[in-house]
Design a protein around this ligand. Structure first.
Ligand code: PEP
Length: 257
């Protein structure tokens, strides 16, 4: 983390978990546990069906609500999809774009991520853009080639001022939901190289202001070590964001002096 230049952001990704009543109960429980939040933003990205309840439950707390996806079109014949307008009206502040599960199961591409990132920003939503390599790509030593391509295409046409609103989540696919965390050195190295890429694209000032999270089996035990890396500015957390004590412990780790 480097709090001097950029915000630390701890974001949960609930994936396809929790009904609205379960969401309300979990947020109430979390609110009672989030004692230290001075140094970071706390976000919960929840299923579409939970958004309204979650926004209401989080009111008056430091928790901002995010969505897990959105469509890039404003409206129209896109059965089952949800637009940025719709999310904004519900009080959503963040939206995850290009999570590896969406890339893998729902044919998201760098090009659709690019459209979504731009539309999210136009509508005042902060995109959490997910990038990351597969195990095969890591073994073939092409991690940075893969990630640079993902970052560069997803940010095509995004201006310097707009780029400062983007959060990048480095999520090695092999670490998501597997219990296999990247070492803090691996996470720190890739996040630093992502910042190098942002520096080439936007210059040093903008690059140092952009929050880059790590995601992939981050938990109460390993969070402090991962967050101690200078270029790891927070976490995108799946499994551990479904348990209030675990999520609160990660937020605490981000608030250590
Ligand atoms: C995620 O869903 O983005 C994620 C990182 O999941 P987990 O923490 O469960 O690996």
């Amino acid at each position: 983390m480097n709090r001097r230049y950029r915000k630390t952001i701890i974001a949960g990704n609930w994936k396809m978990n929790k009904t609205p009543s379960e969401a309300k109960a979990l947020i109430e429980e979390m609110k009672g546990m989030l004692s230290k939040t001075k140094w970071c933003e706390v976000v919960l990205c929840v299923p579409f069906t939970d958004i309204q309840t979650a926004v209401k439950a989080a009111k008056g707390s430091k928790i901002a609500i995010g969505a897990e996806n959105m469509h890039f079109e404003k409206s129209g014949a896109f059965t089952g999809e949800v637009s940025a307008d719709m999310l904004k009206e519900l009080g959503v502040k963040y939206v995850i774009i290009g999570h590896s599960e969406r890339r893998q199961y729902f044919n998201e591409t760098d090009e659709t991520c690019n459209k979504k990132v731009k539309v999210a920003i136009e509508n005042g939503l902060r995109p959490i853009l997910c990038v990351g390599e597969s195990l095969t790509e890591r073994e073939q030593d092409v991690t940075m080639e893969v990630i640079r391509k993902q970052v560069k295409i997803a940010l095509q046409g995004v201006t310097v001022d707009e780029a400062k609103k983007v959060v990048i989540a480095y999520e090695p696919i092999w670490a998501i939901g597997t219990g296999k965390t990247a070492t803090s050195e691996q996470a720190g190295e890739v996040c630093a190289k992502i910042r190098d890429c942002l520096r080439e694209m936007y210059g040093a000032r903008a690059a140092r202001a952009i929050t880059i999270q790590y995601g992939g089996s981050m938990n109460a035990k390993n969070a402090a070590e991962l967050l101690a890396q200078p270029d790891v500015d927070g976490g995108l957390i799946g499994g551990a964001s479904l348990k209030a004590p675990d999520f609160a412990a990660i937020v605490d780790a981000a608030n250590q002096n």
